[in-house]
Design a protein around this ligand. Structure first.
Ligand SMILES: [Zn+2]
Length: 445
């Protein structure tokens, strides 16, 4: 080590680096210097080799470095219900299959095992941060913490009793306790999750607004998932669900409202979103699979509204693959806008990274590869037949990359995936456990 060289934890050199900011930029033969979990430098490889003396050094030829993907909406432990009830419309799927299965099976062990299975799948496919809305969020938080993945745990709130709580006051009490417990955690955030406008009445929504504002806690809700939801609200409340939330004070500057799905939007809805701090979480594959409707993503982006991307749970997707989700979002966005230039490849990549970080309120920490941010980085192997030849790397990533090409995944500088293999989680044990749950569930269906 020469005198001038600075000791650092990790130096990652790759053929290409896509920082996402500046938009569309691709750096060739660059290196990312990582120390104490943060990106401390981003510079040409030749300079990096002179300047730094790393403990760990990765030279990744034919790989592209990207910010870790952010899955902004899901129900991680529902991975154990993957494929349980398919090819059904939303309300029949929920009422006749998912809710009964949840009543029968969901407990702390289910959430622990399902969350771990989901986290392993997400790490393998390039996700470094996920949002999770499910029962026993304290269990999912513990599992996420053990796995060292960044997460937003959204605590459910409903009018009716479930396995986690009996009434809105109890849901909120438990949610606030968890939020306070994790307030200072570097990787875990806690949010409030009113399930949907049709399952949560005004009084708890007002309480949610007050708690969110006082403690600066994000709120995530399934909203305008279908035209049917909007029509039923119009006949019951004489107003659209989004207008009802606005009337209750949830669409204001100081509430970080994350509106999941947002199909069936009219101009008034879009104007309301634009005038607030709310963001939209688009889940194209879940919307397609449940035939829920279409989110006008390019129109929202044109208005300056933040749009993030989510897979939703594995019971309605049926995977947690954000690379596939990016591609679906880009393709669907064009069809919905009836414009092939809508939702371009750089836009889709930005939604899956920076858009997610903005929606979750953590864009000061992640979402791009920039000095000072957390080292949440993935490397994808571009030397496969399906991504060759290459004329435009970002197009290749959005339109032809497969998640099996994700080779490395660092979260806050910790290596979670190396050469496509999980470094900490035991894949064999996860597989056995998933099979054993499915056998139990099948035997009692
Ligand atoms: Zn959902």
């Amino acid at each position: 080590m020469s005198k001038q060289q600075k000791p650092i934890d990790t130096l990652i050199c790759a053929s290409w680096t896509i920082p996402v900011t500046p938009r569309g930029e691709v750096f060739e033969d660059f290196a990312i210097a990582v120390h104490q979990g943060r990106i401390v430098d981003l510079l040409p490889e030749s300079e990096a080799l002179q300047r730094y003396q790393p403990d760990s050094h990765y030279t990744l030829e034919n790989h592209a470095l990207l910010p870790g993907l952010i899955n902004a909406h899901g129900h991680a432990s529902m991975s154990l219900f993957r494929g349980l009830a398919d090819d059904l419309p939303l309300m029949e799927w929920l009422n006749d299959h998912i809710w009964p299965a949840e009543a029968r099976w969901v407990n702390e062990a289910f959430v622990a095992d399902g969350s771990k299975l989901a986290i392993a799948e997400m790490i393998r496919s390039g996700t470094t941060c996920f949002s999770d809305m499910y029962f026993f969020p304290e269990v999912a938080a513990r599992v996420a913490q053990e796995c060292g993945i960044r997460a937003q745990l959204v605590c459910p709130v409903l009018d009716f009793p479930t396995v986690w709580a009996s009434k809105p006051e109890e849901y909120l009490e438990k949610s606030l306790k968890l939020a306070i417990e994790y307030a200072e955690h570097p990787l875990i955030n806690v949010g409030l999750g009113p399930h949907a406008p049709y399952t949560v009445s005004d009084k708890p929504l007002i309480n949610i607004r007050d708690i969110a504002s006082e403690y600066d806690i994000p709120v995530q809700i399934h909203l305008h998932e279908t035209q049917q939801e909007v029509d039923e609200a119009l006949s019951k409340d004489q107003q659209r669900p989004l207008s009802r939330l606005a009337g209750l004070g949830l669409l204001s500057d100081d509430i970080h409202l994350q509106c999941v799905h947002m199909t069936a939007l009219n101009e008034e809805d879009i104007a309301q979103l634009k005038g607030s701090a709310a963001s939209v979480v688009h889940c194209p594959e879940s919307n397609l699979k449940l035939a829920s409707g279409f989110c006008p993503v390019q129109t929202l982006l044109d208005k300056g509204i933040t749009v993030a991307l989510g897979t939703d749970g594995a019971a309605s997707n049926n995977d947690l693959d954000m690379i596939g989700e990016m591609r679906t979002a880009a393709l669907l966005g064009k069809a919905v806008a009836q414009d092939a230039s809508a939702l371009s490849a750089p836009t889709a990549l930005e939604m899956a990274t920076l858009g997610g970080a903005r929606a979750l309120g953590i864009d000061d920490q992640c979402g791009t590869l920039e000095i000072g941010k957390s080292a949440d980085i993935i490397a994808v192997d571009m030397a496969r037949l399906n991504t060759l030849p290459s004329y435009d790397l970002i197009s290749d990533i959005v339109y032809s990359l497969s998640s099996s090409q994700v080779a490395y995944n660092w979260i806050a500088g910790e290596l979670k995936l190396e050469k496509g293999q999980l470094t900490e989680l035991d894949e064999h044990a996860l597989r056995e456990n998933a099979i054993s749950w499915s056998e139990k569930i099948k035997a009692n269906k």
